[in-house]
Design a protein around this ligand. Structure first.
Ligand SMILES: *[C@@H]1O[C@H](CO)[C@@H](O)[C@H](O)[C@H]1NC(C)=O
Ligand SMILES: *[C@@H]1O[C@H](CO)[C@@H](O)[C@H](O)[C@H]1NC(C)=O
Ligand SMILES: *[C@@H]1O[C@H](CO)[C@@H](O)[C@H](O)[C@H]1NC(C)=O
Ligand SMILES: CC(=O)N[C@H]1CO[C@H](CO)[C@@H](O)[C@@H]1O
Length: 204
């Protein structure tokens, strides 16, 4: 009986102290982040802090102070260290998108200055409807920009500039950009616009 009481006491003490030091993250969000981490070849151990139960303390991860949900991922290549950009090794980059989708309160996503090896921008990024800031510049994305990004109606900032690896393109159907009604800053420098879409920009 005494043993049980002691165990309970220590259990409670540990619970309270871990609550105070900071939030324990939402378990599902930890899993999502760890899955996302698999994408990165990490020779210089920039993501070495990404372990343990408190993902709010992990480098580059920002949480809502009131509930512990992840609201920001600041994974700008050179923001980690001065080392060279990290390489995304997963061929199916959609895997990256689907792990990030689990972060339902993510508002700020900066993946700039990484090397996504000429992959397409995952169309599933368009499902992160709560996003307000999306920076995919200098990230070696290539191909057609998915029109699904037009679903991100809360975006204030969209930076798709300087993806040189074969280049990003928008095709004739560029109407989706006009759905981004909260947009305050759009950077598409270096993006190849088709003839029709460059006309649209001129008249807009
Ligand atoms: C996006 O990221 C690039 C490279 O890290 C940075 O230079 C640029 O200022 C960022 N864009 C915005 C709009 O914050
Ligand atoms: C990006 O990664 C690819 C290999 O997937 C490599 O060929 C390319 O040189 C890298 N680009 C940069 C800027 O590091
Ligand atoms: C998201 O965007 C795609 C492509 O523009 C569109 O077909 C789809 O209906 C959109 N979904 C929602 C929920 O708005
Ligand atoms: C909210 C709360 O109780 N915060 C306390 C957590 O513990 C530190 C000391 O380790 C205090 O300074 C905080 O006020």
């Amino acid at each position: 009986m005494l043993v049980l009481v002691v165990v309970l006491f220590f259990g409670a003490a540990e619970f309270c102290s871990s609550r105070n030091t900071s939030f324990s993250c939402i378990e599902m969000e930890i899993e999502a982040l760890l899955k996302f981490k698999l994408c990165f070849h990490d020779p210089s151990h920039m993501l070495s802090s990404w372990k343990g139960n408190d993902c709010c303390e992990w480098k580059g991860v920002g949480c809502d102070k009131n509930n512990g949900y992840v609201i920001s991922l600041q994974l700008r290549g050179s923001a980690f260290t001065n080392q060279q950009p990290q390489l995304c090794l997963i061929d199916d980059v959609e895997e990256v998108g689907s792990s990030l989708l689990k972060l339902r309160y993510l508002e700020h996503l900066d993946l700039s200055n990484n090397n996504f090896s000429g992959n397409l921008i995952p169309p599933s990024f368009g499902l992160m409807k709560q996003l307000m800031y999306l920076n995919l510049s200098y990230a070696q994305f290539r191909g057609k920009i998915p029109g699904e990004l037009g679903n991100l109606t809360r975006l204030h900032v969209l930076d798709l500039s300087q993806n040189y690896h074969g280049g990003l393109k928008v095709d004739d159907d560029i109407q989706w950009i006009s759905h981004l009604c909260s947009l305050q800053r759009l950077d598409m420098s270096g993006v190849h616009l088709s003839h029709a879409s460059s006309n649209l920009f001129q008249t807009a």
